[in-house]
Ligand binder design. Structure first.
Ligand SMILES: Nc1ncnc2c1ncn2[C@@H]1O[C@H](COP(=O)(O)OP(=O)(O)OP(=O)(O)O)[C@@H](O)[C@H]1O
Ligand SMILES: [Mg+2]
Length: 662
């Protein structure tokens, strides 16, 4: 009985459910029919364009931004990215050593792994896929290291670092470099960054494996642990990046070593699995630490009105405007602050909030403010630059360096230095060959002692070399292009803030003051080269003259012997002696031709190039020996560099025998 009741109940429930389903189905069908008959406007269609745009709006964090625009930081493609990774890591290493006041010892290794990175391209003939090896990049330094609780943020949060707010010369400026390299690594290889670091106070090293979460701009730490570190202090960064190995990598490290003669660099590369490692060691050219750069406050004239407005509004520590100016800006005495504020119509004792920004900046421009302190920079140094060039180009015929006095642009201190290596096989190897025997000079650009690799055409440091009229200095040139001479020119700019055009730090923007200092320094270098080339031309000319003389001297000695009855050999030797002791006239610099100097040239040892001993030549002893060679042989014997230089100047009259005796 009970069972039948249950069955009845169950069948009733089933019927009810079936009826319900039918009802729902009918409802759905009628709703569909209704929809078809009169389509309801969707929410989307009801929104205006502005409203729908507004719905898409959200804040972008810097990590997201740079993940999508890695090209701006030099990580646009595997070829650029590999050099840029090494550059960013080595820059940080050098900065960390400089912060500690220690001679840098940096190891770099680049090992191709089995992993591959594929990109779609239509460049290749085989298909549209291009494959690049994934390299394991490792840079290890003996710098100050990073304290444990800062490692994750220092390497895992974009725009986080120690240099952005300090007004001090350093290679890094923004807090972007290593982060961009880590983002590029995780995008191309999916691998995290491994950072091992040790400070001098920490008894143990500390190893962190992390990735950057670009959505939240923060570190995702995969593991952290104590570990041993083989140096008393320092940092090792390991990344897996897709790259295309070219000789740009090696040339970057060579240039970095040139700009940092006090650094010892070791570079090991294995470009494919079956290859032997290629190891390069750049020993330091000198053991002298360059002066430590000093931190200063900003100069009032370097402030944009908007930045000053924000600064005074956010200031909470100064009661009076005069106090605000003295506290936050360099080279402003209380008296000067009062003078500026009064001229701007602000009560010097009123709150900083009362300052009207634009009149005050106008008053500051008219107040003849002192320039920022200029001894805060750490340039390469003339002597160090010369040593560095000598080490890199040991057979160069001439090596010179010029440093201008520090100057300032818009309240920011800067200093320019120029180095030059002229002639010799190692220099020729570094220059582009235009045609047989003609070479285009090479320009190495340095921003805070770090080579700038890309976008040279937009860079002030490059453009100014082309603007110089090198023909004035006996070097041939097509107007507005690089000189035609086997010559390497180093153009270096050091500053508390190098005005880069893009955050990737590829090229320097135009500033009149920097341009002027560069021009003057290059002109000084031009004069040094002029003196050298003139001197060498005279030497060659003298050699040529003597070779001609020797051809005839024997005949003359014979005739004289017949006329005078003296011994022919004695006469011949005397004639040779007389010709050897003729002094080579001193070279005349273009400046000394009655024109007055418009700007003072910095005093330097290299300016006095009249004495042959100041030239760093590899061929001096040979040049002094007298050989019997025919005029055509003499021309052939001329070094390529001089041949180019001679080419540039009108042909000189050949000395005749009569002139020689006369
Ligand atoms: N090898 C290192 N040794 C010590 N500290 C380091 C090292 N590498 C990075 N750091 C720290 O991490 C921070 C971030 O480095 P990152 O390269 O991203 O920026 P930056 O060097 O400050 O500026 P830039 O973007 O111009 O390179 C640095 O400011 C520094 O404090
Ligand atoms: Mg950096």
């Amino acid at each position: 009985m009970a069972d039948t009741t249950i069955e009845l109940r169950e069948s009733k429930v089933k019927d009810e459910r079936a009826a319900g389903r039918l009802k729902h189905a009918k409802g759905r069908a009628s709703r569909k029919q209704k929809k078809r008959a009169s389509p309801k406007p969707t929410v989307k269609e009801l929104l205006t364009v502005a409203e729908s745009e507004a719905r898409k709006m959200r804040a972008v964090n810097p990590a997201q931004y740079y993940r999508q625009n890695l090209g701006q930081l030099g990580f646009g493609d595997p070829e650029h990215a590999l050099v840029q990774t090494i550059k960013e890591l080595m820059d940080n290493s050098l900065d960390a050593c400089e912060a500690m006041g220690i001679l840098p010892e940096i190891d770099v290794s680049l090992i191709a792994t089995e992993k591959r990175y594929e990109v779609v391209t239509n460049k290749t003939k085989e298909g549209s896929i291009r494959t690049f090896p994934i390299f394991k990049v490792m840079v290890e330094d003996n710098g100050c290291g990073v304290i444990r609780n800062k490692v994750a943020k220092c390497f895992g949060k974009v725009l986080y670092g120690s240099k952005f707010f300090s007004f001090k010369q350093s290679r890094g400026q923004q807090g972007l470099g290593v982060h961009a390299a880590i983002i590029y690594a995780q995008l191309t290889s999916l691998e995290p960054a491994i950072i091992t670091t040790k400070t001098s106070e920490d008894p143990q090293g500390y190893r962190v494996v992390l990735k950057i979460d670009t959505e939240s701009n923060g570190p995702v730490v995969e593991s952290n642990e104590e570990t041993s570190f083989n140096r008393p202090h320092g940092t090792r960064v390991e990344l897996m990046v897709a790259g295309d190995y070219t000789d740009k990598v090696e040339s970057f490290i060579r240039e970095l070593s040139l700009a940092n003669p006090h650094a010892e660099l070791k570079f090991k590369v294995i470009t494919s699995q079956d290859q032997e490692p290629h190891v390069l060691r750049f020993k330091r050219a000198n053991d002298t630490l360059p002066p430590q750069p000093k931190e200063i406050k900003p100069h009032l004239l370097s402030m944009e009105p908007g930045a000053l407005l924000e600064m005074k509004q956010n200031d909470t520590c100064c009661k009076a405007s005069r106090q605000f100016l003295v506290k936050h800006f360099v080279r402003l005495s209380d008296a000067k602050a009062v003078q500026i504020l009064k001229a701007a119509g602000t009560n010097p004792d009123a709150s900083p909030k009362q300052i009207s920004v634009e009149p005050m900046l106008k008053a500051a421009r008219e107040a003849d403010l002192m320039r920022p302190p200029l001894d805060v920079l750490s340039p390469i140094g003339e002597e160090a630059l010369r040593q560095s060039l000598k080490r890199m180009y040991p057979d160069a015929e001439y090596i010179g360096a010029v440093a201008r006095e520090p100057w300032s642009y818009r309240g920011v201190p800067f200093q320019v230095e120029i180095g030059v290596a002229f002639g010799g096989q190692t220099v020729i190897k570094d220059c582009d060959r235009v045609r047989e025997g003609v070479f285009k000079s090479r320009v190495i650009r340095l921003g805070n002692k770090c080579p700038l690799i890309y976008d040279s055409k937009d860079c002030l440091l490059y453009k100014v070399v082309k603007e110089i009229n090198w023909r004035n200095y006996k070097i041939s040139q097509d107007e507005g292009s690089l000189p035609f001479a086997p010559m390497v020119v180093i153009v270096s700019l050091t500053s508390t803030k190098v005005p880069y055009i893009v955050p990737g730090k590829f090229s320097v923007a135009y500033h009149e003051e920097i341009h002027e200092q560069l021009r003057l320094a290059l002109q000084t270098v031009g004069r040094l080269l002029y003196a050298f080339i003139s001197h060498r031309q005279r030497q060659e000319h003298e050699k040529h003259r003597q070779s001609i003389f020797q051809i005839y001297a024997k005949e003359v000695a014979k005739d004289l012997s017949m006329l005078t009855g003296s011994d022919e050999n004695i006469l011949f030797n005397k004639l040779l002696e007389a010709s050897k002791h003729r002094k080579i006239p001193k070279p005349i610099s273009p400046r000394s031709r009655g024109r007055k100097r418009s700007t003072p040239v910095p005093t330097m040892e290299a300016v006095d190039t009249t004495a042959a001993s100041t030239f760093e030549e590899s061929t001096t002893p040979e040049a002094k020996t007298v050989e019997i060679i025919t005029p055509t042989q003499a021309d052939q014997a001329m070094p390529v560099s001089l041949a180019v230089a001679v080419d540039a100047k009108p042909k000189k009259k050949q000395s005749t025998l009569e002139q020689f005796f006369g």
